[in-house]
Ligand binder design. Structure first.
Ligand code: SAH
Length: 252
């Protein structure tokens, strides 16, 4: 496993309450200066930047305001948590850029009226950050991860944050999660060269899927949106180019 050694800094008590017990004694890891003192301030500046770049949905803004991204990355990277950049989370995987998380969730819930209790499915839990954001928005969220160490880490990251509406599943997300289907939204954090049939099968009428997918013609990944209309038919559109880790099959 090539994950960096986990070392936790001292975050304010409020954030500590959100966290699971650290993997190492806090004393072993002096936290980065500033981030623990004013994570609200830097998070607010990131949100202002995302708004300036076009983020409008109040549900997404409130959710991203509520989730401390720095608590989901290694302490050594916490100072960068509120920059608009992806960061390594071990095992060759990355936590997505905040602007991409915001954009994808905004697309995901755009067809849904405010106040509707949403059932959401995420493929690629990673460190659990986006799952935590989704859990602020959905009434019930399932998030699947195929790498056991990351599934375990996400569980640890989310343990104390009281997200009863979030169910973490260890498995192959290409199969979706039939026991809790159908979903109003399916969102993938890893990109393949096709859309697994299960994702579409498990999409409720009126629901939307958002996923990075390889465009065969250009050879580049782009965001693909598929809507299941109320009559059951599917409508697909392709959006901007993105760069996600590969969607793999099976579990490790
Ligand atoms: N949403 C995550 C991003 C993690 S990166 C976060 O906020 O941190 C994408 C993740 O998708 C990786 O952890 C990778 O292991 C996972 N992944 C890739 N293929 C998968 C599959 N078939 N099923 C479940 N997870 C998968």
């Amino acid at each position: 496993m090539n994950a960096p050694a986990r070392a936790r800094g001292r975050f304010p008590l409020r954030l500590e309450q959100l966290r699971a017990a650290p993997a190492k004694p806090l004393a072993a890891a002096p936290g980065p200066q500033g981030i623990g003192l004013d994570s609200h301030g830097v998070r607010e500046r990131l949100l202002q930047r995302l708004q300036a770049e076009g983020l409008r949905d109040a549900r997404v803004l409130a959710a991203m305001r509520a989730v401390p991204r720095h608590a989901f990355v290694d302490t050594a990277l916490a100072a960068q948590a509120y920059e608009d950049t992806s960061l390594p989370i071990g095992l060759g995987q990355t936590i997505s850029k905040p602007s991409v998380v915001a954009r994808m969730i905004e697309l995901l819930i755009a067809p849904q009226p405010a106040g509707k209790p949403l059932r959401l499915l995420e493929i690629g839990t990673g460190c659990g950050y986006q799952a935590a954001v989704l859990a602020q928005i959905g009434r019930f969220v399932v998030s699947i991860e195929r790498l056991k160490p990351l599934h375990d880490r996400a569980r640890e990251n989310l343990a104390a944050s009281r997200t009863p509406a979030l169910r973490l599943v260890y498995g192959d997300g290409r199969l979706g999660h039939a026991p809790n289907a159908p979903y109003d939204g399916v969102i993938a954090a890893a990109g393949g060269d096709d859309l697994p049939a299960a994702w579409l099968d498990q999409l409720a009428p009126g629901g939307r899927l958002v996923a990075p997918m390889l465009d065969a013609r250009s050879g580049r990944q782009a965001l693909v949106v598929v809507d299941r209309r109320e009559d059951g038919s599917l409508a697909r559109s392709e959006h901007e180019a993105v760069k996600f880790v590969p969607l793999k099959s099976g579990v490790d």
